[in-house]
Design a protein around this ligand. Structure first.
Ligand code: TRP
Length: 448
């Protein structure tokens, strides 16, 4: 069966590099620079880093390849893709779950992205306002949240090639260079050594099942897996592309940026005698202090928050694109209408998260996992739902669609794939489902 079943004219990436940068743009975002350092800090540093790298390699990569393959084969959004592969089966629910998870992640992610945008101005103005006061001000945080949502719409409205790809190509390399500059500054600060050993010398005695879940959840979140974002991006891949090597590049860049962010945060943190377990505010507290400590720091700081906003934008774009592609492919909506309506919905859903960061103190201190509404949304959608989605995607590819058919699709652009397909098969059928399920069961038991 050919993959070109779509009746609608679909976009395609203009080149392999364009795809890699767009997919890396989706993967690289607040997850790497905001979420990774604070989760690492809360879970003891180096041991978490090791677990994280293992999760990326053992679980993340096979699922990345599975998602991209499903997408390119079907040329559809997550719901349509599963319908093409197994028409009329209940597996379609996995696609719907992905679309829903995308809507909810987008809602709170844009709140955080709005803060990043605001920090550009804060740095330029050399304002001394603390992170807590900043997020507690409704007149700052809600308009920024709205502004960021509009920016996302404007990019996605432009479509695959002229919107998403063009921007990612320019901005991702600039981000990389700036991070290198900041690492050099951070590791040469007085007292940085303690931070490096916290980050790089593992102490496994503190690892618990929660550490493993956090590492696994972070891997899915950071690589944009478990909700069909990579199915959607894979659907714009050309048949000539090598899915395996492209997927590896995306995972490699993403991991590199996260590891680099840690190399900035932890040395600086220890040099300034701050607490690594500070929580979600970590980067917003630490980075401004680093910038204050260097000559020309406010220019570098402005550049940093600008690039972080852009990295966040290429990620929100991928979240919105999943929902949009579903509405365009399956419901025949106009792209122009879909983007605005979905973004409007996400904005409404995100308001409680935005309020929970200090505007309405009661929403920030609740007896739920994550503590605040925003924390809870991240726990439920950014962690649990992605893990559930990932387990279902691996079972679907490994046992329902079957790896032999996926391998046939991969082989079109990678003729030598046959020899290593047994590895993919073993990972998708046994290792990924078992590992993720065990972790999920422990987590659910722990919740009661
Ligand atoms: N990976 C992005 C980050 O690290 C966030 C993101 C974008 C995402 N698209 C996603 C997470 C899809 C899960 C699924 O910031």
């Amino acid at each position: 069966m050919s993959g070109d079943i779509g009746k609608v004219e679909r976009g395609e990436w203009s080149s392999r590099v364009g795809f890699i940068l767009a997919a890396a743009g989706s993967a690289i975002g607040l997850g790497n620079i905001w979420r990774f350092p604070y989760v690492t800090g809360q879970h003891g540093g180096a041991a978490f880093l090791v677990l994280y790298l293992l999760c990326v390699l053992v679980v993340g990569l096979p699922i990345m390849v599975a998602e991209l393959t499903i997408g390119r084969f079907s040329r559809r959004n997550p719901v349509g893709a599963i319908e093409v592969i197994r028409p009329g089966s209940p597996w379609k629910i996995v696609g719907y779950m992905g679309v829903l998870t995308g809507i909810f992640i987008l809602s709170y992610y844009s709140v955080m992205a709005g803060y990043t945008l605001g920090y550009i101005g804060k740095t330029v103005a050399r304002s001394q306002i603390t992170f807590a006061d900043f997020t507690a001000n409704a007149w700052i945080s809600i308009p920024l949240f709205l502004a960021f949502s509009v920016l996302t719409v404007l990019v996605v409205q432009g479509g695959v090639r002229d919107g998403i790809e063009r921007w990612a190509k320019i901005l991702m390399p600039v981000l990389l260079c700036l991070l290198v500059v900041l690492i050099i500054r951070a590791v040469t600060l007085e007292g940085a050594g303690a931070g490096l050993s916290f980050y790089l010398k593992p102490d496994f005695s503190r690892v618990t099942i929660k550490t493993v879940l956090a590492a696994l959840g972070q891997a899915f979140f950071s690589l944009s897996l478990g909700m069909g974002a990579m199915i959607t991006y894979g659907s714009y891949l050309s048949k000539k592309d090598n899915i395996v090597t492209s997927g590896c590049y995306v995972a490699l860049f993403d991991t590199l940026i996260a590891v680099m962010a840690g190399l900035i945060i932890f040395p600086a943190l220890f040099a300034m005698h701050m607490d690594p377990a500070e929580g979600p505010g970590l980067v917003f507290v630490v980075f401004p202090k680093i910038f204050a400590a260097i000559p020309g720091g406010n220019v570098i700081g402005m550049g940093f928050f600008l690039l972080l906003s852009i990295a966040a934008l290429t990620s929100t774009v991928s979240l919105l694109e999943v929902v949009t592609s579903y509405l365009v492919d399956e419901r025949h909506w106009l792209r122009r209408h879909a983007v605005w309506i979905v973004a409007g919905l996400c904005f409404c859903l995100g308001v409680p998260s935005a309020l929970s960061m200090g505007i309405v103190p009661a929403l920030g201190d609740l007896p739920i996992p994550g503590g605040s509404i925003l924390g809870f949304m991240d726990w439920l959608f950014g962690n649990m739902m992605l893990a559930v989605g990932a387990v279902l995607i691996s079972i679907f590819t490994g046992w329902v669609w079957r790896v032999s058919r996926a391998a046939a699709e991969i082989t079109i652009g990678y003729p030598g794939f046959g020899r290593i397909s047994v590895i993919l098969s073993f990972m998708l059928r046994f290792i990924c489902p078992v590992l993720i399920l065990v972790v999920l069961v422990f987590l659910i038991l722990d919740a009661f």
